[in-house]
Design a protein. Structure first.
Length: 112
């Protein structure tokens, strides 16, 4: 599905950063949600982000790895907790695939 065009000014509002997953666990009462503590660097520090990837990934699959996150997404309440960001992924044939980043990139590096 092709989405509508967004202005460059709207795109610039997104703060996409390198984040390292410091802890990950399945959200109690959910089969699909994984609760992650993500180190987004000095500006954001460590934040809680919830991703609906539990059908495709176990917490151990993402622990200690670096991925791209939208750091300034408005918090969203999920299963009684707040997710304070979003993991960027590719989707292929209905399956989300987290895009790995180099472990050499510093936490909080801006992705532009």
């Amino acid at each position: 599905m092709k989405k509508p065009l967004v202005s460059f000014a709207d795109f610039q509002k997104l703060d996409i950063r390198v984040g390292e997953i410091k802890s990950a666990e399945t959200v109690e009462g959910s089969k699909n949600l994984i609760l992650m503590q993500v180190d987004l660097g000095k500006k954001y520090k460590t934040v809680e982000i919830i991703a609906g990837i539990g059908s495709f990934y176990a917490p151990k699959d993402v622990l200690g790895k670096k991925f791209a996150f939208i750091a300034n997404l408005e918090p969203k309440k999920m299963m009684g907790r707040f997710s304070n960001g979003m993991t960027l992924m590719a989707e292929h044939e209905g399956k989300p695939t987290i895009i790995p980043l180099s472990p050499n990139l510093p936490n909080g590096a801006i992705i532009c």
